[in-house]
Design a protein around this ligand. Structure first.
Ligand SMILES: Cc1cc2nc3c(=O)[nH]c(=O)nc-3n(C[C@H](O)[C@H](O)[C@H](O)COP(=O)(O)OP(=O)(O)OC[C@H]3O[C@@H](n4cnc5c(N)ncnc54)[C@H](O)[C@@H]3O)c2cc1C
Length: 417
């Protein structure tokens, strides 16, 4: 007869021990949860921060600049000191009805029954297959994050001459990292007319090292049998189609891809959580609760963050709200929907309970803009609920706008000149 698995009853269970998950656990504990458990599949806490050895983390949360591992250590120490229970090497396999988690851990298979669950599983990188780069399939092609792991955690050299496709932050940071490791970075090629990473990363990681950034261009071929020998790059037109005759062969032995991040939501999907086709993360209300009651979401699994501090702040908020749900508080009232208006790619949360006040929206724009006003307006009444001026808005920068008043109709967050 099969053995009955060990079952634990927990107030708030957090899936993922990166900055968002650790902050969620701390938030729940500080808000009064008796039992909070973080389940992390890796051998250590910290998530992606562990491979980000450069500094610049924690300016908002700790008011100092830390490396990724220092930031992770600080959060993990705070969580443990305040009584958060942690299980590493513990992969959550499934989130079932009534918030029952199936967990495969070093200690064996077990079940966790949670009063509330916080999803904080982070994201993964887009790969060559997902963007369909033609050519041979030799060694020497890495996602920027896997190269970051090999260089920073395994002390391995990934090549001698590199081309980077995509100007996301990880690609920019790796351009500098590889240069410091003695690799010749021949250029960063970006299909859009603007850089996709933060401006400070373009300055500090490319310009300071004389690494060229080629906008409106892409890799159209990879050459080499066993190892990459060269890539062919070409300019693209306004429809992002390669321009015939603009091809250039760039000799290199390494191609790094920094072409986007995807929230890791397989678990959420199986649990019936409604996902947004725009963010790839859950659709949430102002408490960061998903469409499945008692299941909250934060950090990169909800939407991609450019600064780890924002993922942590979102984690604190999700943890605080999760403990209130676990204690029996239930949302009530009509659901108000929020749409992305002119020039806005998405606004989050996507729903709000009618009557909620002081709600803050995160949003991203679709293209760089100057001297604009962002407004939150009632869709029926046309009433302006909030207005904020921006000298400059970039798609790479997550922005915020807050509505102080009570919300009682469907809204739109849009850009106005
Ligand atoms: C490859 C990569 C490199 C990055 N480099 C930088 C950088 O250099 N600088 C920077 O500012 N930002 C960087 N970022 C952005 C960074 O990810 C975020 O700022 C921040 O780490 C997001 O925190 P998080 O907690 O949401 O996710 P993560 O840090 O990714 O943490 C998620 C955690 O969930 C765990 N997990 C996932 N699924 C399960 C499961 N089923 N069961 C148990 N545990 C699970 C994972 O193992 C992981 O530890 C990088 C992101 C990626 C993907």
């Amino acid at each position: 007869m099969p053995e009955t698995p060990r079952t634990r009853d927990i107030d708030v269970a957090v899936i993922g021990g990166g900055p968002a998950g650790l902050a969620a656990a701390l938030g729940a504990k500080r808000a009064g949860a008796a039992t909070v458990l973080v389940l992390e599949r890796d051998r250590s806490l910290g998530g992606i921060l562990n491979q980000c050895v450069h500094d610049g983390f924690g300016l908002f949360l700790y008011k100092e600049t830390l490396s990724g591992p220092e930031y992770a250590e600080r959060l993990a120490e705070d969580a443990l000191r305040e009584g958060v229970a942690v299980e590493t090497g513990a992969m959550v396999l499934d989130l079932g009805p009534d918030r029952l988690l199936r967990v495969n851990a070093r200690s064996g298979y077990s079940l966790v029954r949670a009063g509330a669950v916080v999803l904080a599983m982070g994201c993964r990188e887009r790969t060559r297959d997902m963007i369909g780069i033609p050519g041979t399939r030799p060694a020497g092609i890495y996602t920027a994050g896997s190269a970051q792991h090999l260089v920073n955690l395994r002390n391995l050299r990934v090549g001698n001459e590199a081309v980077i496709l995509g100007s996301g932050d990880i690609g920019l940071i790796m351009a500098r990292r590889l240069t410091l490791e003695g690799v010749r970075v021949k250029g960063v090629y970006e299909i859009m007319p603007w850089a996709n990473g933060l401006e400070r990363n373009v300055r500090q990681c490319l310009m300071d090292f004389g690494i060229p950034l080629r906008l409106r261009s892409t890799v159209v071929d990879v050459r080499g049998r066993d190892r990459v020998e060269s890539v062919v790059v070409a300019e693209v037109d306004d429809r992002m189609v390669p321009v015939p005759g603009s091809e250039t062969v760039v000799p290199c032995d390494t191609l790094l891809l920094s072409v986007g991040l995807i929230p890791e939501n397989e678990l959420s999907k199986r649990a019936g959580v409604e996902l947004s086709p725009v963010t790839g993360g859950a659709v949430v209300d102002e408490t960061l609760m998903t469409s499945v009651p008692g299941v909250f979401s934060c950090g990169n699994v909800l939407h991609i963050h450019d600064v780890a501090d924002w993922a942590s702040f979102e984690g604190f908020a999700a943890g605080e709200r999760a403990v209130r749900y676990a204690a029996g508080e239930r949302p009530s009232g009509r659901t108000v929907r929020i749409a992305a208006g002119a020039e806005v790619r998405y606004a989050l949360p996507q729903t709000v309970r009618a009557g909620a006040a002081g709600v803050e929206w995160s949003f991203r724009v679709v293209r760089p803009l100057r001297d604009v006003r962002v407004e939150v307006r009632g869709r029926d009444s046309g009433k302006t609920y909030a207005r904020r001026k921006f000298g400059r808005l970039l798609p790479s920068e997550l922005q915020k706008i807050k509505v102080k008043a009570e919300v009682d109709e469907d809204l739109e967050v849009g850009v106005h000149v």
